[in-house]
Design a protein around this ligand. Sequence first.
Ligand code: FES
Length: 105
Amino acid sequence: MPKVTYIDVDGTRYDCEVASGLSVMEGAVNNGVPGILAICGGSCACSTCHAYIDDAWAERVGGPNDIEDATLDLANERKPTSRLTCQVQITDAMDGLVVHVAKND
Ligand code: FES
């Protein structure tokens, strides 16, 4: 199962195993990672699953589509590596992914 490391806003690391096919958001919620609120349940409508893809992974993960891009405009402190984690699906090739949780409220 791919390993995903979540780093919360305080710098605490959460090394998790997330099944391929789940979203990065689902992996965070399933593992109790704080800060990924996911209020809309993963329908790309709330921006409370906002995180920054680690620089080493940003190119491989890629950017948002137009719908996600519009919702990301609602997020706090958007950066070039910002993604809505409900829209990032885990694959076997993403073993070792690192994401930094944004300040979601
Ligand atoms: S969970 Fe609401 S936008 Fe991702």
